[in-house]
Design a protein. Structure first.
Length: 423
């Protein structure tokens, strides 16, 4: 079951960045500007952001496994259709259909992601951190692998092949899940596992949004989404002009960053199980993440000339350490919300999954279109500089919160030790 959930998470991650090495180039050939092509990425994230709350509400009513399969089928079908859009020649119809099909794909992926995360939390309560780290790690791995896979398939078979391949794999995973998914833990919409009356959706939101720590986590998720998608969606024109890198070669850089991500994600997942101060762990990962984002396109005041080596180092550094910040955030949010009174059943878990997905999608939305606008008017290095600065600020905020948590925890530990000594 975990293998099926991880595979679908990997494929959904690929949906986000599959076209990054070549779509901006194809959009220009259809008469679109960089900002217009960026709007296609942001449309996906905007619709996801709106779809996640609906999926969180729908999961306990429709059933999480049913929602999971329907989401995968919708995402797979939409991905195949997106590959056919290259046959539209005029700019306006091409852009309109790109936005429409990506919106449908976003609804499918939001439904599947909400369901798979809820199933993971519900089925592995005693190993939640490790299980979520595996599934979330595969999602982030898909975001890194997607551009490399898309660039390679684009080189082999042209515009349509990446989308046909991914769409078929998504539909196949939905079919396989019929055999691998357990009888769902879904309950009637008005009952909890204990048979008690279930809280309303609005009442369940209170423990989630009333926590200041949860808001800090949500801001971090927004920035992580922007860090992954703003540079990648606008990178191709910059590296082509400055370094002479073509889409096939750019896919190799993405493949290298994916390798770093894949090798480090298991380590970060295991480490997060043993570190009780997640805030300090996230802070420690955000500092090198900021440096990596900056190195992708170093600004002129640094006096460092862009190069292939710096590009590779920046992408690898960003992906290796940002996954360390990303993986423990959902488990931490689940724990914080439960501590404030959120019910620990499918409905509550689906709600937290949906809220975290909404925050990440906001970063996905703001990143590409905002990055495209800034690139068009101020240049791509300004995008990476601003993102690196924001990441550094958030690193400091996480460090302060982590130190406050550590100071507060020590007296409690001392009291427990003294009590055990008296016994």
């Amino acid at each position: 079951m975990l293998a099926c959930l991880s595979t679908s998470s990997l494929l959904i991650g690929c949906c986000i960045g599959l076209q990054e090495p070549f779509f901006t180039h194809e959009a220009r050939s259809h008469g679109l500007s960089t900002a217009s092509s960026g709007s296609v990425y942001s449309c996906f994230a905007l619709v996801q952001m709106l779809a996640f709350p609906a999926a969180g509400w729908l999961a306990p009513r429709l059933g999480v496994t049913r929602l999971y399969r329907l989401g995968l089928l919708l995402a797979g079908g939409s991905t195949v259709v997106f590959g056919l859009l290259t046959y539209l020649d005029r700019p306006a119809p091409f852009l309109a259909w790109c936005l429409t099909v990506r919106a449908a794909e976003a609804i499918g992926t939001a439904a599947a992601q909400t369901a798979e995360r809820t199933i993971t939390i519900h089925q592995f309560p005693s190993r939640m951190n490790s299980a979520i780290s595996v599934v979330q790690g595969m999602y982030g791995g898909g975001m890194c692998l997607g551009p490399a896979l898309g660039g390679a398939l684009y080189t082999l078979g042209g515009y349509g092949l990446p989308f046909y391949t991914l769409g078929v794999l998504l539909a196949y995973t939905a079919a396989v899940s019929l055999a691998l998914m357990p009888p769902s833990a879904d309950r009637p919409a008005d009952k909890t596992e204990g048979g008690c009356r279930r809280q309303t959706y609005r009442a369940m939101m209170v423990p989630v949004i009333s926590s200041a720590d949860n808001w800090l986590i949500l801001i971090t998720l927004v920035l992580i989404g922007a860090n992954w998608n703003a540079p990648d969606a606008n990178l191709e024109p910059y590296v082509n002009q400055v370094l002479g890198i073509q889409p096939p070669e750019l896919s190799l850089f993405f493949l290298g960053s994916f390798a770093g991500y894949a090798l480090s994600s298991a380590l970060w997942g295991r480490l997060s199980d043993y570190i009780d101060n997640t805030f300090l762990l996230v802070s420690g990962c955000l500092a090198p993440t900021a440096l990596g984002v900056l190195l992708v396109a170093p600004p002129a005041p640094l006096g460092v000339r862009p190069s292939r080596l710096l590009l590779a180092a920046g992408l690898v550094l960003r992906d290796v350490f940002q996954v360390g910040a990303y993986l423990p955030l959902l488990p931490l949010m689940v724990q914080l919300s439960a501590a404030r009174g959120l019910q620990s059943d499918v409905a509550g878990q689906a709600l937290v999954s949906a809220v975290s997905g909404t925050a990440y999608s906001l970063g996905n939305m703001l990143g590409p279109v905002g990055g495209g606008l800034v690139t068009d008017h101020l240049g791509f290095p300004v995008v990476t500089s601003w993102l690196a600065g924001a990441t550094a600020v958030l690193c400091l905020l996480m460090a302060v919160r982590g130190l406050a948590f550590q100071v507060k925890k020590q007296p409690a530990q001392q009291m427990v030790a003294e009590y055990n000594g008296l016994k």
